[in-house]
Design a protein around this ligand. Structure first.
Ligand code: EPZ
Length: 420
């Protein structure tokens, strides 16, 4: 297992390019199952979760041509085996994204129930209820979901009891080939949902309202091939922006979408960080003075992203005062806290709130990553800590960040990857 070795104390400076969004590429790859024509996807980040999704598509019989770091061409073809086996799903819960397209086009699917996850139970009950409302029959046996719709899906109103990103994406992909109109209520508004709707529309789907709480879909007979460029990864961009702030640097995060980061930018400005969109796709982040503590609550988009909570918490260890960080999306997303504490951070957990006292001089330590975004938090803390930090199990980070050590080193960070 690889680890990162970081020598802290360098202010990040320079310009860094954002990769395509993992959480947009995953549903986009699943959407390729909705047509037998080739779909060409640009700006797919080459990260572990993408490789897992490609493996799953190939397992089902889809053809995937990977040009290395250029476009990816996926041909769903006519004869797919609509099965997502446990061996694949257990490594990536987002495999449940194939459920909607498989039932929508092949009228059946056999998808392993995702196991638990470090950050919470993360059931997919809302996905299954939604498919039932579209007429599918769902059974759970031997750890698998057996979904069937022998007469095809029928458009209906699907109201989510709570907002779910991949739940919205699953039902959106199931509805595009259903007979009649589907209305999704209490839909997720994340930019990745909007990006998926843009791809599906290029493939011939009829969708209105993506990005709002109500999405209307008119079912069509079939979808055709398309070419699409994935949006920038707002979580990677936000992580790099926090890197500039925590190290007292001056960084241009390029190739990003500033309006996807309004909640983070608002908090950074309140904390005393200079944040400016110097171009439609460039965010310049500069720390010019002491940081102030600012409370934060994670919410569904356009609120503060839960995927930036751990990174923000690392930043607040450097801020003057007390910051209360509340995690409202997942029930167990504070696993970075004990590791940050080993780096001398002062954080107390009270239910779904973490009380961060600062500023604290962090000291380098040997720490362990527990999940994708917690690992980002530990790397950020290592960049500012006194001395050397070793972050074990960086395979967590490799799931969702493309060459993060190269990007940080390009900004002056002293970070290297070691094979354990
Ligand atoms: C997506 O996960 C992202 N993953 C997550 O990013 C992100 O943290 C999350 O949305 C929230 O923004 C992808 O897009 C691939 P949810 P998802 O369904 O869709 C509960 C990362 O770091 N829920 O919006 O699985 C659930 O337990 C990953 O890149 C149900 O109870 O999240 C959670 O508490 C981590 N039943 C809440 O809803 C369901 O059927 C929101 O989950 C579905 C969800």
């Amino acid at each position: 297992m690889d680890r990162f070795v970081i020598d802290g104390g360098v202010a990040l400076r320079g310009r860094v390019e954002t990769s395509g969004a993992k959480n947009s590429a995953l549903p986009a790859l699943a959407a390729c199952l909705l047509t037998e024509d080739p779909v060409i996807l640009h700006r797919i980040p080459r990260v572990k979760d993408i490789r897992t999704m490609i493996e799953l598509l190939r397992h089902m019989g889809a053809a995937v041509e990977d040009s290395g770091n250029g476009p990816l061409t996926v041909t769903g073809g006519a004869n797919l085996e609509p099965v997502a086996p446990y061996e694949v799903v257990k490594t990536m819960r987002a495999s449940s994204l194939v459920l909607g397209p498989l039932v929508g086009r092949f009228r059946r699917a056999r998808v392993s129930l995702p196991g638990g996850c470090a950050i919470g139970a993360r059931p997919i009950d809302l996905h299954m209820r939604g498919l039932e409302q579209l007429g599918a029959r769902i059974e759970q046996t031997h750890g698998y979901i057996e979904a069937t719709a022998p007469n095809g899906l029928l458009g209906a109103t699907v109201r989510f009891d709570r907002i779910t990103v991949t739940g919205t994406e699953d039902i959106l992909m199931a509805a595009v080939l259903a007979r009649g109109e589907t209305v999704i209520q209490n839909a997720a508004r994340e930019p990745e949902v909007v990006d998926l709707a843009a791809l599906l529309t290029k493939m011939g789907a009829s969708i209105e309202g993506a990005g709002t709480p109500v999405i209307r879909i008119q079912g069509v007979e079939r979808l055709h091939g398309a070419e699409h460029t994935i949006i920038a990864d707002r979580i990677e961009a936000g992580t790099l922006a926090i890197g500039a702030a925590i190290t007292g640097g001056d960084v241009e995060v390029a190739g990003c979408v500033p309006e996807h980061l309004t909640a983070l930018c608002a908090k950074l400005r309140l904390a005393g960080v200079d944040v400016e969109a110097t171009a439609p796709d460039v965010l310049r982040v500069r720390r010019t003075g002491p940081l102030r503590s600012v409370d934060m609550v994670t919410e569904e988009h356009p609120g503060f992203a839960t995927d930036l909570q751990a990174q923000y918490m690392a930043l607040m260890t450097q801020a003057e005062g007390i910051a209360i960080v509340s995690e409202r999306i997942f029930e167990n997303r504070f696993m970075h806290v004990p590791e940050l504490a080993r780096m001398s951070a002062s954080i107390r957990i009270d239910g779904n709130q973490a009380i961060v006292a600062g500023p604290r001089r962090l000291t380098g330590a040997h720490v362990m990553a527990s999940d994708l975004r917690a690992s980002a938090s530990l790397v950020l803390a290592g960049l500012v800590a006194e001395g050397q930090t070793i972050v074990d199990r960086v395979y967590h980070m490799d799931r969702g960040y493309e060459n993060i050590e190269g990007k940080l080193a390009g900004l002056g960070a002293r970070i290297r990857r070691e094979r354990e």
